[in-house]
Ligand binder design. Structure first.
Ligand code: AMP
Length: 210
């Protein structure tokens, strides 16, 4: 299955992508993770992307399209893949349609106030991509998967979160219509009080896995 996970920042794309990756045995391709690694490694791509990411703006289309186009050529993508955080503009979606055949675009929908609460308490592992919320960490500050110290992403600062939400509404939300018109859209209305397991069940149902 070639799957796109759509939805605002903090809706749980990364969390559910990791579960789907384990269940389906296909890779999660996160442009956000790829860009953060590039920033950490100080590559040319990282240096170009850093200022946009820290402001909560989108990195220019041509930088991210190239990352995904190259990544999809790898042998582990031949049985399918989960795109997490890409495409984020109509231009990216149009480019993607030239080098990939998408089966489903799954839209995780969640209210803004819940997103703000989630993102402001989010802690992440920059080594393995693990994501946590301070409310469930009980003071622990290391990753349960790999032991790396957890950090708060710079773009999870409150004013940056607001900008990311407005960037999402202006540039990414139009993709909901775009994939609806192609007949590929499925939506999960995420219940803010549901556990991750409950939401993942809804994701599985939407993908006909349950
Ligand atoms: P994410 O981890 O998906 O929330 O992405 C973090 C940041 O990386 C975003 O706020 C953007 O600055 C950048 N980014 C990730 N994916 C894309 C994309 N498809 N297009 C443009 N910028 C992106």
């Amino acid at each position: 299955m070639n799957l796109i996970l759509l939805g605002p920042p903090g809706a749980g794309k990364g969390t559910h992508a990791q579960r789907l990756m384990n269940e389906l045995g296909i890779p999660q391709i996160s442009t956000g993770d790829a860009l953060r690694q590039a920033v950490k490694a100080g590559t040319e791509l990282g240096l170009s992307a850093k200022k946009y990411m820290e402001a909560g703006d989108l990195v220019p289309d041509e930088l991210v399209i190239g990352i995904v186009e190259e990544r999809l050529k790898a042998p582990d993508c031949q049985k399918g893949y989960i795109l997490d955080g890409f495409p984020r503009t109509v231009k990216q979606a149009e480019a993607l349609s030239r080098f990939a055949k998408i089966d489903v675009a799954l839209n995780l929908s969640l209210a803004d106030e819940v997103i703000i609460r989630r993102l402001s308490g989010r802690r992440v592992c920059l080594k393995c991509g693990g994501t946590y919320h301070i409310s469930t960490l009980n003071g622990r500050d290391t990753c349960a998967n790999c032991g790396e110290k957890l950090v708060q992403r710079k773009d999870d600062a409150p004013e940056t979160i607001r900008n990311r939400l407005s960037v999402y509404a202006g540039q990414t939300a139009p993709l909901i219509d775009y994939y609806q018109q192609k007949g590929l859209l499925r939506t999960v209305d995420c219940d803010p009080d549901a556990t991750v397991e409950e939401t993942y069940d809804a994701v599985r149902k939407a993908l006909d896995l349950a």
